[in-house]
Design a protein around this ligand. Structure first.
Ligand code: ADP
Ligand code: ZN
Length: 806
């Protein structure tokens, strides 16, 4: 039922529909005097059919999801973990393209072309034939009866299709030297036939490489295409097609090679995983492998094993860019039985990938969070790469933590789960300590490349004039000079975009605020305006304080845009680029910047956390962190964890090539354990410290949290309703003398962002040591809150395991 109802309903299946009423298909059914759409989740026995209403119609020709997925959908919603009606849940998991039904196109035949010449030009037949000829692949104009008539005459062929643009393996043409020929003998054979001026350079280029992209040869040699054909005819070269890998900058790389041999640490870990896979049972591994330790090859080995068993694998990655990279890599090895699934695909593309997967035409699905529900019928392995990444937490619609949900899916489908990370989440690591997950470690980088040296710069000790602008310390400045003079590249990281942070009134100190949101507006130089980073509101930079009316505002703080400008002044001859959400609004822009950076057309790149993930730039020897304190200031108990992870990931960008890298971290909190342990690449100490803090304060993973967020258009009513809901919650607890003490209701409190997009926001935090008890409690509260809030204009969102308590 795609209605917002929690229950499921029984319907009778009329005889005529029996053969088609399969689990996973949609049906249309009568419901409270309306006709609605639902999903078949279960088939019952036929003993009480008389009392039931009948299904009206089965809408799908094939199932949209396999039976094995039903229990997972049920767990996600019905067990109320995420408190979301099951029909809505399934609807949100299925590809949106489902409603974009396949369409018919026509292709004109030889016979049709002849008929076209014969027929009177104004006849309906001729007009349709002409249209078909001129619009290949387009949707046939409706009604299509006439097209069917013409098909019977053999004049055109009707085809069904969905919008498939851009999906499919990336196949490119390559040129290589035929086996067994070397340059000398190749030339020998060619004696006398080298005519064109650049011909030996051309041959040299082909002989020097294992394979060259045909396109690249035509780009480098104006007569490239001619030369290729000439030497193919001579039997020296050959053309072939192969799937290629795109790197993260969108460039095409060569077909990826499986390494000849795995390193010892890879072998050891893979052996354990493969052994376990053979048992075909559920189990969870946490693969803690430092950045560059070679986790991808371990994933590959595990995927191969699962596929070899006739089962399928699911690989989740935190970012679309990484999904694209992994796709290229795995497709070049596994061929076409790989599907992609993420929100960057068009609706039609997602639909196609989904259908292929349900049909069992796919062995491996690679995708971002939304791929969690991929309808793989016989799932054997789930891998969650970079499991610590916050993007696995879904923040809209049903709010779930994709990584943790993946473990549940593994359990329900008897699949092995591997969570991989260089900086594991505190939660997953605690699970290994508690014996729920098993820990696998790969402590060394491939080829034993050393981790970069990290230096902390105390910004407190540095007075304003000494640091010049208070942005880049002399130490960082000197290190930049050195790297650049060496011909190397530099990355500067600042997790804050915009130019100036805020405009404060010189008299009363109040900032200019967004009228929809309770936050200060940020100044953007390029547009010369103030903008709200939450709702997008913007206004002219003002000079009069809206609070006290004083004329005279002062700009404070800085963002990436300001850093970029400062750098242009200090290093006028260097090529500088900025990568943040502002500079990459246009599609393809971020790929372009990364590509230019990877080709060393940029010397210094300033960016937000967009630059921290997974990229490999061997020429970068210095990474500067401008303000490590930003993530520490978050009103969130995961602030320390986030800081450690970000610093470790940023540091991982330095020294990926031959030369050892250096990282300089500027901070006002040089003694903070997150910063110190990140400097020392010391995960164990970080975890120890963080674990103690969480345990003392009773935060996850030592408790379970739910955030009830109430929002409404009216400030007083929202506050009042929140009070009533909190009172109701305490009332429920009082009726449970024993278990009631295990649950804490905190608040209500105004949310840190007390007003957002015009809505007033309050929250109630619920803490409990046992997950089941918390779920049970929330279920009990559900009816009460619905009654309290009805008609009040205040809405409630339940955020289980909240990540953004803002
Ligand atoms: P991680 O994901 O752990 O950060 P990667 O899987 O990206 O590390 O591996 C780092 C680099 O090492 C990659 O360039 C990869 O191709 C290379 N590599 C991994 N395993 C091997 C191996 N057995 N032999 C040679 N190179 C390898
Ligand atoms: Zn706003």
């Amino acid at each position: 039922m795609t209605l917002p109802v929690r229950e499921t309903f029984l319907y009778a299946v009329p005889h005529s529909l029996l053969s088609r009423a399969e689990i996973g298909r949609r049906v249309s059914v009568p419901f409270r005097n309306r006709k609605v759409i639902g999903y078949i989740l279960e088939k019952g026995q036929g003993d009480r059919q008389e009392e039931l209403k009948e299904i009206l119609e089965v809408l799908d020709e094939e199932p949209l999801f396999p039976e094995g997925l039903v229990s997972f959908f049920q767990w996600m919603s019905e067990s109320e973990y995420y408190l979301y009606p099951i029909g809505r849940f399934i609807q949100s998991a299925l590809p949106g393209g489902l409603n974009a039904r396949p369409f018919k196109t026509g292709q004109i035949t030889e016979k049709g072309l002849k008929a076209l010449k014969r027929l009177p030009a104004q006849s309906r037949e001729a007009r349709l034939l002409l249209w078909t000829k001129n619009n290949p692949g387009k949707r046939l104009p409706s009604p299509i009866d006439l097209a069917h008539t013409l098909q019977k005459k053999g004049w055109l062929i009707i085809e069904s299709r969905t919008d498939k643009s851009g999906v499919g393996p990336l196949i490119r043409k390559f040129v290589r030297v035929k086996k067994g020929l070397d340059f000398e003998s190749g030339l020998q054979e060619a004696k006398g036939s080298i005519k064109a001026k650049n011909e030996s350079a051309f041959l040299q280029a082909v002989f020097n490489a294992d394979a060259v992209l045909l396109k690249e040869l035509s780009a480098r040699f104006s007569n490239g295409a001619y030369l290729v054909n000439k030497w193919i005819r001579k039997g020296v070269l050959e053309k072939y097609e192969a799937p290629v890998v795109r790197n993260l900058a969108g460039e095409i790389m060569f077909p990826s090679q499986v390494p000849d041999q795995l390193y010892d640490q890879q072998k050891a870990v893979l052996e354990i995983i493969q052994h376990r896979l053979k048992k075909r049972s559920f189990s969870t591994y946490l693969l803690h492998g430092v950045t560059g330790s070679g986790k991808t090859e371990v994933y590959y080995g595990a995927i191969e094993e699962a596929i070899g068993q006739g089962r399928q694998a699911l690989l989740l990655v935190p970012e679309i860019a990484l999904a694209v990279y992994m796709e290229g890599l795995f497709r070049s090895r596994l061929g076409n039985r790989v599907a992609m699934y993420h929100s960057g695909l068009s609706a039609g593309e997602r639909y196609d990938q989904w259908v292929r997967t349900v049909r069992g035409e796919v062995d491996l699905v690679i995708g971002a969070r939304s791929a969690l529900f991929s309808p793989l019928p016989n799932l054997g392995l789930i891998i969650v790469d970079e499991e610590h990444d916050f993007s696995y937490k879904q923040e809209e619609g049903p709010r779930y933590q994709g990584r943790d949900a993946a473990v549940v899916r593994g359990k329900l489908q008897k699949a092995l789960v591997i969570l991989g990370s260089g900086t594991p989440s505190v939660q997953s690591f605690q699970h290994t300590a508690a014996g729920r997950y098993q820990l696998l470690s790969m402590p060394e980088r491939i080829e034993r490349r050393p981790l970069p040296e990290v230096q902390i710069v105390d910004m407190k000790a540095m007075s304003q004039d000494e640091t010049g602008n208070g942005i880049i310390s002399p130490i960082l400045m000197a290190a930049m000079e050195e790297s650049l003079t060496d011909g190397k590249q530099v990355i500067l990281f600042l997790n804050r975009r915009g130019f100036n942070r805020v405009y404060l009134c010189r008299s009363c100190g109040q900032p200019i605020r967004c009228s929809n949101c309770d936050v200060a507006l940020i100044y953007h130089l390029r547009e010369d305006r103030l903008a709200c980073h939450y709702c997008g509101f913007h206004s002219e930079p003002e000079n009069r304080c809206s609070t006290c009316g004083h004329k005279g505002m002062k700009a404070y703080g800085f963002g990436t845009e300001r850093v970029e400008q400062e750098l242009r002044e200090v290093f006028p001859d260097r090529r500088i680029a900025r990568m943040d959400r502002d500079s990459t609004r246009r599609k393809g822009q971020s790929f372009l910047i990364l590509k230019r950076f990877s080709e060393h057309e940029i010397d210094i790149m300033v960016g937000t956390q967009m630059i921290t993930k997974g990229y490999d730039f061997p020429e970068v020897t210095l990474v500067g962190v401008i303000a490590a304190d930003l993530s520490l200031g978050f009103p969130d108990f995961r602030a320390g964890e986030r800081t450690f992870q970000i610093l470790s990931q940023v540091a991982g960008r330095a020294g990926r090539g031959e030369q050892r890298g250096k990282v300089i971290v500027q901070t006002f909190n040089p003694e903070h354990y997150s910063i110190v342990t990140a400097r020392d690449h010391d995960y164990a100490s970080f975890f120890q410290r963080e674990r103690e803090l969480r345990e003392q304060l009773g935060y996850p993973p030592f408790s379970y949290l739910a955030c009830l967020r109430l929002q409404g258009n009216n400030s007083e009513i929202t506050a009042h309703m929140t009070q009533r809901v909190a009172g109701g919650a305490r009332g429920v607890l009082e009726r449970w003398p024993k278990r009631g003490r295990e649950i804490q209701v905190l608040g209500p409190a105004e949310a840190p962002l007390a007003k957002l997009r015009g809505k007033y926001r309050w929250q109630i935090l619920i803490k409990c040591k046992r997950a089941e008890l918390l779920h049970y409690f929330l279920k009990e509260m559900d009816a009460m809150t619905r009654k309290v809030l009805r008609g009040s204009g205040v809405s409630l969102i339940v955020d289980m395991d909240p990540y953004q308590m803002l």
